[in-house]
Ligand binder design. Structure first.
Ligand SMILES: [Zn+2]
Length: 235
């Protein structure tokens, strides 16, 4: 779909939360883009004459999330077929910590096999552990796919004493003697940057491996040594 772009201000109260298109029509916007834009402006597409308003909003929202905020694609729980949480505790943001995990299970290298692994983790946490939901905030597959777990704004169940002030990112696989793929590592790094940009993670966040806060081998010796080289790591 072709369209041209202009820099314009995000909707303000004087516009009643609406955005005027090139034809002067207001349309309510629920895009998270503006909330995340510190400059309160965004590159938004001009509304092509032949595009439905809803399509234009969808295009804008997608672009805001993928481009303006530098956020990678995140598969929502409904997109990967996850089960709804049975209970939830809201988490205050921005959080101070980012905690890295591995599943200590099988690796996966395609979106479909990574979805299977993510579903297995969720089933284990909900059925065997009797938790409300999958414990992690997000999971990352070997193909670089990112799966929403509890997401940005719910308290997780992945690192006691840190759950209410951290985002827990799990890279799917066992990384005791090998690293996650470059795609997975980049996806995790991009996810952290996205969280900072969107105001869910403090810009002065502290990165830790799970073993730094709990007696565990997680996220595996080899990967832990790599995580130590990532920005803002602090044992
Ligand atoms: Zn862990």
């Amino acid at each position: 779909m072709s369209s041209s772009y202009e820099r314009r201000t995000c909707p303000h109260s004087e516009e009643n939360g609406g955005v005027a298109n090139s034809r002067g029509i207001s349309h309510e916007v629920t895009s998270p883009c503006c909330n995340a834009m510190s400059s309160n402006s965004a590159m938004v597409p001009l509304w092509p004459e032949n595009m439905l308003g809803a399509d234009w909003l969808a295009l804008w929202s997608e672009m805001c999330q993928s481009s303006s905020t530098g956020c990678p694609t995140i598969l929502t729980k409904s997109q990967w077929g996850g089960r709804a949480a049975t209970c939830r505790t809201a988490m205050a943001t921005p959080v101070t910590y980012v905690i890295i995990h591995h599943t200590a299970g099988a690796s996966c290298s395609s979106q479909s096999t990574c979805i299977t692994q993510t579903k297995n983790v969720q089933s284990y946490h909900m059925d065997s552990n009797a938790w409300c939901d999958i414990g992690y905030s997000f999971l990352v597959g070997g193909d670089g796919s990112i799966f929403e777990g509890r997401g940005w704004t719910s308290v997780g169940a992945h690192a006691p004493n840190y759950n209410s002030n951290s985002i827990g990112i799990n890279l799917i696989g066992t990384f005791t003697s090998s690293n996650p793929t470059t795609a997975a590592q980049n996806a995790a790094k991009n996810l952290i940057a996205c969280g900072v940009t969107r105001g869910y993670i403090k810009s002065a966040y502290i990165l830790k491996g799970h073993r730094n806060v709990t007696a565990t081998e997680c996220p595996g010796n080899t990967f832990y040594n790599t995580v130590k080289t990532w920005p803002r790591f602090q044992a």
